[in-house]
Design a protein around this ligand. Structure first.
Ligand code: A3P
Length: 290
């Protein structure tokens, strides 16, 4: 299995080599989606794992058994990673919950005409880049992120692993205008009003919950529950792959944590790049209003 080299790209995008191969990426683009599939889509560090937990809980009517016994990469595997086909075959899921960080233009052909339900999660990019920076320090499958300034420059230039945040968000959110089977929800909405967010997701999935089930979903998808859940907190990942002495996957779970790392100058530069890159995006983002 030829794993991607650190500098090797796929459609101009770099991906962490230990999980991706040219073949696995190529297969993702041809994936035969079923109409009953649920696809969770996000740019890294936007609340992917949180959404995996919420969707699993909704599909199990609030029962935490699956969340507490099956790792998230088995119950909601990443489409583009090399083990996905094996997992889907070995652990038949009903419904299949699949996760991806791929940009919209790459998945468009595979999703064409499909009724699979797509949930797109976005997050304030300033919090994304800070979360991503800390993650890269502990994840050994990423190159050393260097200084935050260097990492931020890469992010703003679209040179980060998984590609440009701007292109990702614009590509997927543009689809909300035409795809009725796509729900766009933000990390911020989930954080500010989790009850409303879970209700919205369960309605979108056409899996209504009674109050008791909904409360159980909220309890088991809270930051504190997930921080202690070894099926999602990455502590099962060996130290050769993730250096747990350098940080914690369930790190802060806060809104506005970027303020702990950004200088005023970095913030001004970010704002100017953001307004120029998002000029052609009509969407008003929740984090702008906070
Ligand atoms: P921080 O690093 O800012 O704490 P992803 O799953 O896309 O990699 O995103 C990881 C980010 O989501 C981390 O952000 C993590 O702490 C946060 N997160 C995970 N579960 C959460 C939850 N239940 N509530 C709030 N934030 C959560």
């Amino acid at each position: 299995m030829a794993r991607l080299d650190v500098t090797e790209t796929f459609h101009g995008i770099t991906f962490p080599g230990h999980l991706h191969t040219q073949d696995s990426l190529q297969s993702a683009l041809r994936f035969p989606f079923q109409d009953t599939d649920i696809l969770i889509v996000s740019y890294p560090k936007s609340g992917t794992t949180w959404m995996q937990e919420i969707v699993t809980l909704i599909c199990n009517r609030g029962d935490p058994h699956v969340c507490q016994t099956v790792p998230n990469w088995t119950r909601a595997p990443w489409l583009e990673q090399h083990y996905c086909a094996m997992v889907l075959e070995k652990y038949p899921l009903n419904p299949r919950v699949i996760t991806t960080h791929l940009p919209q233009h790459l998945l468009e052909p595979a999703l064409q005409g499909s009724k699979a339900k797509v949930i797109y999660v976005s997050r304030n990019p300033k919090d994304v880049v800070v979360s991503y920076y800390h993650f890269c320090k502990m994840a050994k499958f990423f190159p050393d992120p260097g200084s935050f300034q260097d990492f931020l420059n890469q992010f703003l230039d679209g040179r980060s692993y998984y590609g440009s945040w701007f292109d990702h968000v614009k590509g997927w959110t543009r689809q909300t205008e035409t795809m009725s089977n796509l729900l766009h929800i933000t990390y911020e909405e989930m954080s500010l009003d989790p009850h409303c967010a879970v209700e919205k997701i369960s309605a979108f999935l056409q899996r209504p919950l009674v109050e008791e089930e909904l409360n159980s979903c909220l309890k088991h998808s809270s930051f504190s529950s997930m921080k202690n859940n070894t099926m999602v907190n990455c502590t099962l990942i060996s130290p050769e792959i993730m250096d747990h002495s350098k940080g914690c996957f369930m790190r802060k779970g806060e809104l506005g944590n970027w303020k702990s790392l950004f200088t005023d100058e970095q913030n001004q530069h970010f704002e100017s790049v953001f307004s120029s890159r998002m000029q052609d995006c009509s969407l008003k983002f929740v984090w702008d209003l906070l």
